[in-house]
Design a protein around this ligand. Sequence first.
Ligand SMILES: *Cc1c(COP(=O)(O)O)cnc(C)c1O
Length: 404
Amino acid sequence: MTDTVRAATSFDPAPPHLDVADVPLSVPQFTGREWAYVKECLDTTLVSSVGPFVARFERTVADYLGARFAVATASGTAALHIALLVAGVRPDDEVLVPALTFIAPANAVRYAGAWPVFMDVDPDYWQLDPAKVRDFLRNDCRWQHGALVHRATSRRVRAILPVHLLGHPADMTPILELARDHGLVVIEDAAESLGTTYGGQRVGRLGDVGCLSFNGNKVVTAGGGGMLITDNPDWAARAKHLTTQAKADALEYIHDEVGFNYRLSNLQAAVGLAQMERLDEFLTAKRAIATRYRDRLGELGLQTMKEAPWAWSTFWLYTVLIRECRPGKTSRDLLQHLHRSHILARPLWQPLHRCPAHAGSPAYRVEVADRLYREAVSLPSSVGLTQEEQERVVGAIAAWVRSE
Ligand SMILES: *Cc1c(COP(=O)(O)O)cnc(C)c1O
């Protein structure tokens, strides 16, 4: 985390390491049945991928989202990789990905041999902008032999990959309509947004396939892991196959293609299941943190996070924009101030059309993502954040706003 902050910014913010930050950014809480379930794994020696917790965790998440199938994976990135493969994304296809996101979905597109096309986000909710997706599909693509082709690259456009960023849903209705009209599949990245709803429906099962992450900083953690969500039985079966080395015969070890070891362990699933049992409490805590930040920081003149009329956001990382509250002072000055106070805050991710790792990929009219990257600061948002800790964060920001 600290390395990310350092690399992403041009100043030396000297962020405190997680260990020494008094108020960390987003850390998990294990006060449910995690210990009991982990003990069960150790007592039964079922610590690896065989064991009852994997299937229980999958079933619990699938039921929570109202989906038919869930396939556990070693990480959210692995879930995205497999989702792209089962959705039929082939080498040299293109996938529309928002420029403003953690890098995982763009990397997964490259693992599949395909190319991301970086799209802009909207200025209000910071999600994939359907208007620009529409313009791109109408103006920059053409039909050729029954396939939609990006004029500039002559590559087939196969999928749209909206990311539900920071706990807020992407505007799915127009995205799903555009996908249907253009013969594209929709792969949702809901890694930051387990429990978020769009028009009353939980994200992750609105598209053709959805992906979750159980990394340590996500709402529910398994100490690492991910899940692929779909209603399509063939895709679910193929996902299970591909994530388990494509083993076609369990006794003879016959593999019918080159698969992956993307399994989740029983130990991880045990932690994840115990966390799922607490999800409603976690989301209530996140929303309460968000309300307090909104009320207190809004008074100080910072632009706080919005929630669309069709959204129920889970505010994964509460993020504010630093614009004109102090002339001449930037988001990076605030970050530095918070780090000196041993409060861990961070900028948003460097927009991916500027990321050296993805220099070879096209982008389409990305503007808003750049501005948000300059102006945004994500604040401590752990589910266990106490009111005292939050007052310390607010107090530090107030002192910065008022200082000369
Ligand atoms: C965390 C995250 C992922 C997946 O991350 P893993 O660490 O591989 O589990 C994917 N997409 C987004 C937007 C994320 O924030």
